[in-house]
Design a protein around this ligand. Sequence first.
Ligand code: SF4
Length: 338
Amino acid sequence: MLARAHDPDAWRTLLATAVTDSAELLRRLELSQHPLAATLQPGPSFPVRVPEPYLACMRRGDPEDPLLRQVLALADEAHPVPGFSTDPLGEAGQNPLPGLLHKYRGRALLIAAGGCAVHCRYCFRRHFPYGENNPGRRGLEAALGYLAAHPDIREVILSGGDPLMLDDEALGWLVQRLEQIPHLTRLRIHTRFPVVIPQRLTPQLVALLAGTRLRSVVVLHVNHARELGTGVTAAVLPLRQAGIPLFNQAVLLKGVNDDLATLIDLCEQSFDAGIQPYYLHLLDRVAGAAHFEVPVAEARRLYEDLASGLPGYLLPRLVRERAGAPGKVVLAPRWEAL
Ligand code: SF4
């Protein structure tokens, strides 16, 4: 059942009614009889979660649908692959307090919520111990104390899980507390929630992000232009009108967006929606996601073609994360020697 778009609680209904079973997903897409049904993973440890607006953008009868591929739990996930680990970025060692990651200079990441509106099978935090890192208000107080005691931190990144799993009231409390830390100047929200449930961008949420003294920045996560068909383009309009910068980070995924035409479409259509292409990530080598990996050499070739096919302002940076590195590693196209 789809909730009414103007209902401020519509997103809760859509979250609660998300599809949580791969077989059900295939049934809804008229693929129950397809050989794909024999490749599913029963009872995956990282459960399936697919909200209706996202499901509505998938093509019926298409086993290669790039949206379906991102959320379908395949038996392949359970096969160990050398080089793929449960903590590919070594985050366990950069976790000074539950719910707080201080990896980069000047920025700290707060895990404000331990869940997501959609479960992306390639997620690098699919094994992250959210149970130990879902601090609640008391734990957040400790994290706020850490932020207050580190004047070099200028920017707080709310991530997760997905920070928009917090409701507007809880988010409002957190933003108000962050505002009281004088050295903080920016608030960045990393979220995929509005892409899969655009109704999450309530007027209250927009007012919160537009009204804080902190400079708000929203980084969305769109991997394929068809994901913009959920209604997210219209939903982000009030954010744009409020002057909040919107960026997109995508992950380069085999079978989803690893061809030139798809990437060009993604960059052009994101920009048309007011979302600036920002990063194109190589896959983090997390256990269970090996079937999504695009080899580095192939990624570079694709990126060079992308650089030729787009104006510079539409070109995201090709990056990867490396455990212990002080920032993302940029894999540029070949630079001419000076
Ligand atoms: S929304 Fe982001 S954090 Fe959540 S499962 Fe997907 S990639 Fe991971």
